[in-house]
Design a protein around this ligand. Structure first.
Ligand code: ZN
Length: 426
């Protein structure tokens, strides 16, 4: 009578465990990508809200800390858009984040402006270009869409050069610029403040209607020294000579005005979900090597949290046996990709073997070096490191659509199992 339910429970336990992993991961992603975290940037102290949440999870899990508390503080210049964000073209008001993005380094701008349009033909003719620029003083410059495919590489560089001049050069005589594109809108973040405001406007048509009037009101807030932080803790292993380090950035792009939030569910609430799930696991199942969990800030500003860490390490970098960075962990329909796989071929091959033995992910793809996430700062200091990200599924990235509601966490459970097994054999 007693044995039977126990037996069933024993059979169910592995299933229950993986369901729990997934429900915790889901809770973490839902929380970090929720409205009250303001996109984990530099509006409403979104970064601090996220760091506080991760710190409280570390505490609940029971991680040790290197110093008093889990924070490692640092500061950085950063531009932000906490307030008014209005753009109207020819009297039609556009929707921030959906119809347009502001160049992240843009200053405040307010007023109604007439426009000067510069065509690609004029960009290739220096005399025409300089004439147009002179005539644009105090006005907005408009760049229509262009089809990259119909221009040579040099011509494309020339076009990009003009756009960069309009966006970043202090000698741009115009009051600002509007650049049309048919591409998906992809935002970023800036530690610099540009001289002039610039907008990228999405359009489905080849030649948007002639723009005669730009009405704009944007407020920015530039911080010379924004105080932000890394969050780090560890589980002590039986072998304390060398360490395993697991990393993920928690920051994202924040907000563009008071309405457009960039929730960053896949980038990188999902990576923090992996980091916290692994912290829980290794706290309950003590690892052989001391295992450190690092949640970095300011990755989107140029890997700044990781950079600060390698410049101010809490233990010698040479003692890191291996580092795994998780950034974009929310899909996996087409498997995973391993940056630095080609550099640590034996480790990569073992990952592939584990995946095949346990029949987990569709594929484990190899890649060489790429300085595209926090692992790079460690790699440059000769720390052996992988950066792994999931492939396939939803393509939302650095936009308002990277939301928890539409992030499937398709292969999260299997990916988690694979990583666990990989770390156990390091
Ligand atoms: Zn990221």
């Amino acid at each position: 009578m007693i044995r039977k339910p126990l037996l069933i429970l024993a059979l169910l336990l592995p299933l229950l465990a993986s369901a729990q992993d997934l429900s915790y991961a889901r809770e973490v992603v839902d929380t970090l990508a929720s409205k009250s975290f303001s996109g984990r940037g530099y509006v409403n102290s979104g970064d601090k809200t996220a760091a506080d949440y991760i710190s409280s999870e570390f505490k609940k899990i029971g991680l040790e800390s290197f110093q008093r508390g889990y924070f490692q503080k640092f500061s950085t210049p950063v531009n932000s858009f906490p307030g008014t964000m209005e753009l109207a073209l020819n009297g039609i008001t556009l929707k921030a984040g959906t119809d347009y993005l502001i160049e992240p380094g843009s200053p405040a701008v307010n007023g109604s402006f007439s426009t000067v349009t510069i065509t690609t033909a004029e960009m290739f003719d220096l005399q025409a270009l300089s004439g147009k620029l002179r005539s644009a003083a105090g006005k907005f410059i408009v760049i229509p869409t262009y089809d990259k495919g119909s221009y040579s590489k040099e011509q494309q560089q020339q076009i990009q050069g003009v756009i960069n001049f309009l966006r970043y050069h202090p000698d741009n005589p115009a009051a600002g610029s509007v650049i049309f594109t048919r591409n998906k809108l992809t935002w970023s973040a800036s530690t610099r403040l540009n001289a002039k405001a610039s907008f990228t406007v999405h359009t489905e048509v080849d030649e948007p209607t002639a723009m005669e009037k730009v009405k704009v009101n944007v407020k920015n807030k530039f911080f010379k020294q924004y105080k932000t932080q890394n969050v780090m803790g560890y589980v002590e292993g039986t072998n304390t000579d060398s360490l395993i380090v697991l990393t993920a950035h928690y920051d994202h792009l924040g907000m563009m005005g008071s309405d457009a939030i960039f929730p960053g569910a896949n980038d990188n609430a999902s990576g923090i979900a992996m980091l916290l799930s692994l912290a829980k696991h290794f706290q309950a199942n003590k690892p052989e090597y001391t295992t450190v969990f690092m949640a970095f800030g300011a990755e989107e500003l140029g890997l700044l949290g990781a950079k600060h860490y390698v410049e101010n390490p809490l233990f010698p970098l040479e003692s890191i046996k291996f580092l795994i960075n998780f950034d974009i962990t929310g899909t996996g329909d087409e498997g995973i990709q391993v940056v630095n796989g080609k550099l640590y071929r034996d480790k990569f091959d073992r990952l592939v073997k584990l995946n095949e033995e346990q029949n987990l992910l569709a594929q484990v793809k190899i890649r060489g070096e790429a300085c595209n996430s926090d692992h790079c700062m460690f790699h440059q200091q000769k720390v052996p490191a992988f950066y792994i990200y999931t492939l396939g599924g939803i393509q939302a990235y650095h936009d308002i659509h990277d939301r928890s509601e539409t992030l499937p966490l398709t292969e999260f459970g299997d990916y988690f199992k694979l990583v666990k097994a990989f770390i156990d054999g390091l």
